[in-house]
Design a protein around this ligand. Structure first.
Ligand code: PLP
Length: 412
């Protein structure tokens, strides 16, 4: 019989990583097939933890199913885009227009398209470390180079604008902000945003602001939309704001996200033609969930109650923080926003060489799945991320398991 060559993956995937759903998730699935119950603290997916979407979102989608059977305009249906434009108008972007809004199958698809349309081989994108790893993976896949700026754990996990600027080269095309941040839970103060905007201004960079957690902040943390800072300081930086229904509105499975363009859009016409081409090539975003957007943005959607003292997200985040802080050699910064904590294990006490192997060992022993820090392009092997979505009882039991595992590790 004739021997054929193997089918192999494209070399362009060689350096693309997305470890949060990599070997750690495969090992969890294997253990589940063996009959073990795994506590999954690895993915920011609210619904499986009993966070139901507001009724109005689901019923609007269902009621519009008949309308939603065909393709829509590639940019998205008008009623959703006008609702999003009004959402930004109410945040101070008074001239936001539906034409400035593009809908996608979650922020994920839009991140990929925005970068694919932008990057020539070797172009650089400034991305935070730690990051939500799709930003690095999608930059690499688009032929670009992810250049990481370090967020400072000793300073509330905020970036240092001087360090950011020191990484700008003549190949740098864009600066990514993730605010509130996944995985650290940091919320950036206005002064830092002003300095980041100023870096974009002076070096002619696009500002890409991932604000998918913008409505999930705690206590007196103030969420400032980067586009408003641009507007107030000259409106001269081309800004793409990313958000969607997955987190605040708890319908991650609907795959519904958007981008909103503002600032120096007149200098981005050629770029936007490219982006529109990519949007057209994939026809449109999932149409039934586009119909959910207007209902979602329209009013009180109970996230307000979840993040206030006494609310589920608030109390769970406090419990997780308190219990983790009590473990010997664990330092954790309290999250000001989002759904995660990113604790540090003191390397003197826990000299971890390979954090992925460490997390897999925790999984095998305690049946608890967290994500290792390097999966977020972090620079050392002494961090992990856990989601604060389980109820208080489940968090107590899971963090109890983590404490037991760490105690055995210390004694070994
Ligand atoms: N951006 C950040 C910072 C995220 O944490 C996530 C998901 O966890 C996404 C984007 C992707 O969201 P979507 O469900 O809209 O694709």
């Amino acid at each position: 019989m004739q021997e054929f060559e193997e089918f192999t993956q494209s070399p362009k995937l060689q350096h693309v990583r997305y470890d949060v759903r990599g070997p750690i998730a495969q090992e969890a699935a294997r253990l589940e097939r063996e009959g073990h119950k795994i506590t999954r603290l690895n993915i920011g997916n609210p619904a499986p933890f009993g966070f139901e979407a507001p009724d109005s979102i689901r019923t609007t989608m269902i009621n519009n199913l008949a309308e939603a059977q065909g393709y829509s305009d590639s940019q998205g249906i008008h009623s959703a885009r006008i609702a999003i434009a009004q959402y930004y108008q109410s945040r101070g972007m008074t001239e936001a227009d539906p034409d400035d809004v593009y809908l996608g199958n979650g922020v994920s698809e839009l991140i990929s398209m925005v970068l694919q349309a932008m990057l020539a081989p070797g172009d650089e994108v400034l991305i935070p470390a730690p990051d939500y790893p799709l930003w690095t993976g999608a930059t690499t896949l688009a032929g670009g180079k992810a250049v990481h700026y370090i967020c400072d754990e000793s300073n509330s996990w905020w970036p240092d604008p001087e360090e950011v600027e020191s990484k700008v080269t003549d190949r740098t095309k864009a600066l990514v902000l993730i605010n509130p941040n996944n995985p650290t839970g940091a919320v950036y103060p206005r002064e830092i945003l002003e300095q980041m905007v100023d870096i974009c201004r002076r070096h002619n960079l696009m500002l890409l602001s991932d604000e998918i957690y913008e409505n999930i902040t705690f206590d007196d943390a103030e969420m400032v939309n980067a586009c408003t800072v641009v507007r107030e300081t000259g409106d001269d930086v081309f800004t793409i704001t990313f958000s969607g229904l997955s987190k605040t509105w708890r319908v991650a499975g609907f795959r519904s996200g958007w981008i909103y363009l503002s600032g120096a859009t007149q200098r981005a016409q050629n770029y936007l033609e490219g982006l529109t081409l990519l949007m057209n090539m994939r026809m449109c975003a999932n149409v039934p969930s586009q119909y959910a957007i207007q209902a979602a943005l329209g009013g009180h959607q109970s996230i307000e109650d979840l993040i206030a003292p006494g609310g589920r997200l608030y109390e769970q985040r406090n419990t997780a923080y308190r219990l983790l802080s009590e473990i010997e050699g664990v330092d954790v910064h309290q999250a000001d926003g989002a759904l995660y904590l990113f604790p540090r294990l003191d390397p003197e006490i826990y000299p971890i060489q390979d954090d992925e192997a460490f997390v897999i060992e925790l999984l095998r022993q305690q049946k608890i799945l967290v994500s290792h820090g390097r999966a977020f392009n972090w620079i050392d092997s002494n961090h992990f991320r856990l989601v604060t979505l389980p109820n208080v009882e489940d968090l107590e039991s899971a963090i109890g398991g983590i404490a037991e595992f760490l105690s055995d590790y210390r004694d070994a």
